[in-house]
Ligand binder design. Structure first.
Ligand SMILES: [Fe+2]
Length: 361
């Protein structure tokens, strides 16, 4: 998939000044999934648009600023799944885009800022198995209108089954065309082959990092080896060490829990291998899912937030001594970042917020 994006971007570079509407006839098709957005390159100057069509066709999209879609990006290789990276965009700017040769509306997105300002984003996860419950969480998120969204994994019951993914993409249509999604792999993604085909992400796509102003996000794959000596451990150890002095806010996102007051309890492997790295590098918040409830703990000076209330069957939680708040409910987390503070609010689908954390620097 990574090669396909790069090839598309390269070819697109040759034709970006062509005017819309200059293509031959394509077979009649419709969008099966998307369009949906992600960043696999600099969020300030790029946006990757993905979509699936019902039959194999070449991919084409038109885009531009100020409501005009005068620039064309194309992937001439016929296929059903398309990832096109739009490059050379201006920071903090709204762009409009439209998939061509499809009955697709004009959608829009905004690039990440380069100059300091307040921003917000959402973290949620564990959306599997009960799409009607997931839709309630989606409705609440869409109303909040974050600048980007992070999913902590476990999209559907069995990620190996391509048709099941439709459940997630149907539910998330209300935001997917205008809010970029960054994500980590959950155990229900299974072999992750389909996950990796569907999402265009930075680096090796399994563990990677990205920036948004002074916030740095370290995205881990807790389904792959992270024991000392493993490629992922070596990467995360170096990444946290280099990042901590460079960024005001350092967040880790992973699927499995570090500390938990659920029946599963804390994850022994993560406690042994990753928790010392989080503590040593003073990570601001470690977010995860896997446990289908909300829990906020503080351990070793580090904030741990479980946000697994995206629609999957809820689990019981019995708060321990280190728990600030825990509850078993459908929810998501709003995060608002200013130059001096980071505020995390757990929000239920009815809009009420029983817990928040404010970090000041
Ligand atoms: Fe899970």
């Amino acid at each position: 998939m990574k090669k396909k994006i790069l090839a598309a971007a390269f070819f697109a570079g040759l034709v970006t000044l062509a005017l819309a509407g200059s293509f031959g006839k394509q077979p009649r098709t419709e969008t099966q999934k998307g369009p949906y957005l992600s960043w696999d390159d600099d969020p300030r100057t790029t946006m990757t648009v993905s979509w699936e069509t019902t039959i194999p066709v070449s991919g084409k999209l038109a885009y531009g600023p100020k409501g005009r879609v005068n620039y064309i990006l194309r992937d001439d290789q016929a296929g059903t799944l398309h990832h096109l990276r739009i490059k050379d965009l201006k920071p903090d700017t709204r762009y409009y885009y439209q998939l061509l040769n499809l009955a697709a509306p004009i959608c829009s997105f905004k690039t990440a800022p380069k100059v300091q300002r307040d921003f917000n984003f959402v973290i949620y996860g564990d959306t599997r198995t009960f799409p009607e419950q997931h839709k309630k969480v989606i409705a609440a998120i869409t109303q909040y209108n974050p600048e980007f969204l992070i999913h902590t994994g476990d999209y559907i019951q069995d990620g190996r089954i391509w048709s099941q993914w439709q459940e997630f993409f149907d539910a998330s249509r209300s935001f997917s065309s205008f809010i970029p999604l960054l994500t980590v792999i959950g155990n229900h993604e299974r072999t992750a082959d389909n996950y990796l085909k569907l999402f265009a992400l930075p680096g090796n796509e399994q563990w990677y990092s990205f920036d948004y102003l002074k916030a740095h996000f370290v995205m881990l794959n807790t389904e792959e080896d992270f024991s000392p000596g493993s490629p992922q451990y070596q990467w995360v150890a170096a990444e946290l060490k280099i990042s901590r002095p460079k960024y005001k806010w350092l967040f880790v996102v992973q699927h499995r829990q570090t500390f938990s007051s659920g029946k599963r309890g804390s994850d022994k492997n993560i406690l042994e291998n990753l928790e010392p790295l989080f503590r040593h590098n003073q990570v601001d918040v470690v977010f995860c899912g896997h446990e289908h409830f909300y829990e906020r703990q503080r351990r070793g000076g580090i904030n741990y937030i479980i946000t697994g209330g995206g629609g999957a069957p809820l689990y019981e939680v019995n708060p321990g001594d280190s728990t600030f708040h825990a509850e078993s409910s459908l929810h998501y987390c709003q995060i608002e970042i200013s130059d001096s503070a980071a505020k995390v609010r757990m929000v239920r689908v009815d809009g009420t917020s029983p817990d928040s954390l404010v970090l000041k620097k």
